[in-house]
Design a protein around this ligand. Structure first.
Ligand SMILES: NC(=O)c1ccc[n+]([C@@H]2O[C@H](COP(=O)([O-])OP(=O)(O)OC[C@H]3O[C@@H](n4cnc5c(N)ncnc54)[C@H](O)[C@@H]3O)[C@@H](O)[C@H]2O)c1
Ligand SMILES: [Zn+2]
Length: 362
């Protein structure tokens, strides 16, 4: 299978390759001394393909927990690498989701002033979004993703068969992240995901088409704004409202599902401010709701939610910076006050979500 495309970056051009079996591709790619960093769940769930690689290469099994993304968390692995013969010409190979990615990329960016790394993303969110974009972040105490830089991998191997073991919620989370790209580009992509959504959940060929399209949308932007200096901020569409919901529910709602609610809130606030019509917001709600169901966010303390929203982007004064929309494909950064019609709209959105039975998070 030779389905691939390339991304231009400040370090080098790197390739995203769709493959049928990542272990076969790695076997031919890897050189002596290359070092595997493997998500502990993947090492177990996909032992048949990971074990032969582990037999041939030095490796580290990583527990995919957020505290790993810290100075203290990366230290034992760095210590191991430095003491056990890992050299500047060797590469790190991350096999896992976003946590394994960030830990590996962060170390690769600073060890010996930078070494190469290869990424095998194993969940839908990392296959369709985070695998490209160069960002390498760890947390600093309670401050998420505050330390890091831009250090792209040299190769990404996207193997959709890994998704067979992914829980359904994580699939919906990845689909939510993809939807945010499709709404950002306009009607053609919106209609495509609306049409192909059901099939994508069961048919890997359809899903691969949507993953590829998401990555193409992101590629176009990161090649223009690799260091996130302006234009790329439209990718925060749905994210401010969504992050506040993730924090409010103590991360009980997966990221990509939280941003589906976030996009819906952004759309309805846009309608309340006269930027789009109510039917336009309702039209987008159809596909977002298909994906967020059966999750129901229960926000009883709206003031606490609003406080989290104010904190999200270190807003100054009472206005918050969010991405709103003038319609499909036309999202833009603006500042809004959290009172009056905006406040009322956010309240009405949560009332709407909670009108659905079977709450999953409060
Ligand atoms: N660098 C970036 O550009 C970027 C972008 C987005 C998010 N992130 C970071 O990524 C982290 C979240 O990533 P995540 O949600 O992928 O978390 P994660 O790496 O913890 O993965 C989530 C869970 O899914 C499991 N998993 C992964 N693949 C699986 C599979 N195929 N089958 C079964 N289980 C599987 C993992 O073991 C883990 O338990 C956050 O720290 C976030 O800040 C980074
Ligand atoms: Zn996101």
């Amino acid at each position: 299978m030779s389905d691939f495309f390339s991304i231009r970056s400040y370090r080098s051009t790197y390739q995203v390759r769709f493959c049928a079996d990542f272990s076969a591709d790695l076997k031919s790619e890897l050189r002596e001394g290359d070092f595997l960093v493997v998500d502990a769940n993947i090492a177990t769930l996909h032992a048949n393909r990971v074990d032969p690689l582990r037999a041939a290469h030095p490796h580290w099994i990583l527990q995919p927990a957020e505290p790993q993304k810290s100075y203290q968390g990366v230290e034992p692995l760095m210590d191991h690498l430095i003491r056990n013969g890992f050299r500047k010409n060797h590469r790190l190979v991350a096999i896992g989701g976003g946590i394994t990615q960030d830990v590996t990329a962060f170390i690769a960016s600073i060890l010996y002033r930078g070494v190469g790394w290869i990424f095998v993303p194993t969940n839908l969110l990392s296959q369709a979004d985070s695998c490209i974009g160069s960002k390498t972040s760890i947390n600093f105490g309670a401050f998420k993703n505050q330390i890091g830089g831009f250090h792209p991998p040299v190769l990404i191997l996207n193997d959709l068969s890994l998704l067979d073991t992914l829980p359904r919620d994580e699939i919906r989370s990845g689909m939510g992240e993809m939807m945010h790209y499709f709404l950002l580009t306009g009607r053609a992509d919106f209609e495509r995901v609306s049409r192909e959504y059901d099939a994508a959940l069961t048919d890997r060929t359809v899903l691969r088409g949507l993953i590829r399209r998401s990555l193409e949308i992101k590629k176009a932007m990161i090649e223009r704004d690799e260091f996130d200096e302006g234009p790329r901020n439209v990718f925060n569409y749905g994210h401010s409202f969504g992050h506040a919901l993730e924090s409010y529910t103590d991360y009980a709602i997966p990221h990509g599902i939280a941003i589906c609610f976030g996009m819906d809130i952004a759309n309805h606030v846009s309608a309340a401010l006269g930027l789009i019509s109510e039917p336009e917001a309702a039209e987008m709600r159809v596909i977002l709701q298909r994906n967020w169901r059966p999750t129901v966010p229960v926000v009883k303390d709206l003031d606490r939610y609003l406080d989290l929203l104010r904190k999200d982007k270190k807003n100054v004064g009472s206005d918050v910076r969010v991405i709103l929309t003038r319609g499909l494909g036309d999202m833009f950064l603006t500042k809004i006050p959290l009172d009056g019609v905006v406040l009322e709209t956010i309240r009405r959105c949560f009332d709407y979500y909670q009108a659905t039975p079977a709450a999953t998070a409060s």
